[in-house]
Design a protein around this ligand. Sequence first.
Ligand SMILES: [Fe+2]
Length: 335
Amino acid sequence: MPATILIADDHESSLAGLEGLLSLEGYTVVTARDGEMALAEFQRVQPDLLLLDVNMPKLHGTEVCRRIKDNPETMLVPVVLITALTATQDRVAGIEAGADDFLNKPVQREPLIARVRSLLRLKTFTDELERAEAVLFALARSIEGKDPYTQGHCERLADYSARLGEHMGLPAEEIKALRRAGIVHDIGKVAVPDSILLKPTRLTRSEQMIVRLHPVVGERICASLKSFQLVLPIIRHHHEKMDGSGYPDGLKGEQIPLTARVLQIVDVYDALSTQRPYKTALSTAAVLSVMENEVKKGWWDSKVWAAFEDLIRADLIRADEGEAQPKTLAAAAAG
Ligand SMILES: [Fe+2]
């Protein structure tokens, strides 16, 4: 499949020139004559690369670029801005908007083709990486899907762990890792037989030992993905406890990575809030009380717990006031 390139320029002659050059190279070319049309065509054709003139009617190329780069689902699509050689301000604004590269007007064939080839090569790598991630996410969701009692658990965990991470001021890459870990943290359960995974009664000691392998198995499954390096410690350590009584490594206190401590609080909360084969769902107040006791027992990090309680209580207040809520755990518990 030839790559698809979207070119947006309000000057008919420049647009035709670029279209001609890239079509000759075998690319599929789609054109737009202003910024709004560029965004609409971007949604419609999902191109592999964008070439945007900076000065366009309705929406500047820089703003089109910013909107694409601000969206996590489209941020990896390369964007090249076309600017006048002397327009330093446009370049600065373009860099701030996340542009991947620049071309000077009038656009010459050699630098155009060189940039297009190099950015499309990069896009192929990121597409492959996304496919690998998509396979892992699909596997994780299929494991979750086996058990009707855990439906939606991964999505809630991903959303709420990321919110808690943001609330605590964690760096962006750790928040991204939390979002991914929310989906894949239990992927190692693929090695647990269904007879144990779906058992409606309490597990025997030997069955528990099999279940307890899932963090290590999960870490191994995801280890080959470089983009998952910050996710691995969360997968491995999401069942550790602050007093060292957790598994698989019996880590204590701050030996447990902070991101794992964040995810485990949300994980435990969600498990207590939702119905399971062997227990009913607890009310939000009851869950808070159980977990407070567990914090006092030395199982969970008291600082992370305090931040989490803040979020839950804020969500509850919003719910009481009838405001539209983000996806909240409190809402899940109520439902
Ligand atoms: Fe787990």
